[in-house]
Write a protein that binds this ligand. Structure first.
Ligand code: HEC
Length: 131
């Protein structure tokens, strides 16, 4: 239930485009998430759907596992997913700057059974956020 609650709160705040009164992290206009480190961004945003060890979940929707996921081997795919979203995966390019996107993608590519250690290419991030 906790996961579903967090996911719904996040979706509501994303859908409304307004600061969520329950979450001081998103209350500053134009600076929606203050975390800079990948792990902190993951905990604040991603684990609500993908779970703490990136194991994914089945519930109101299907949240794919990020753990042990060969689809993270090239940086462009996870950067695309985080920046632009797809299906039930929200787009985060309006909430995260390019460095935050690179940081959280680096985190998921190097944790929970993934060892894709090449740094995320900032040119790829900029191409996919259009910045
Ligand atoms: C509101 C729930 C939600 C949140 C929050 C969320 N995701 Fe997702 N994510 C999804 C869903 C649902 C999918 C499957 C989308 C599809 O393919 O239709 C997905 C797919 C993905 C995929 C593709 C996985 C694959 O095997 O194809 C990646 C990578 C990903 N998410 C990373 C992240 C990261 C990093 C964050 C945090 C910045 C995040 N997600 C936050 C719901 C979420």
């Amino acid at each position: 239930m906790q996961r579903l609650y967090c996911a719904s709160v996040l979706l509501i705040s994303l859908a409304s485009g307004q600061a969520n009164a329950l979450d001081p992290q998103v209350s500053a206009p134009g600076k929606h998430f203050e975390q800079r480190e990948g792990e902190n961004l993951f905990k604040a945003i991603c684990q609500g759907c993908h779970m703490a060890q990136g194991q994914g979940a089945q519930g109101a929707g299907a949240y794919p596992a990020l753990a042990n996921n060969p689809r993270l081997s090239a940086d462009a795919y996870p950067v695309f997913m985080v920046a632009q979203g797809q299906g039930g995966m929200p787009a985060f390019k309006g909430l995260l700057d390019d460095e935050q996107i690179a940081a959280v993608v680096t985190y998921i590519r190097t944790h929970n059974g993934n060892a894709f250690n090449e740094p995320v290419n900032m040119a790829t991030v900029k191409a996919l956020t259009g910045r």
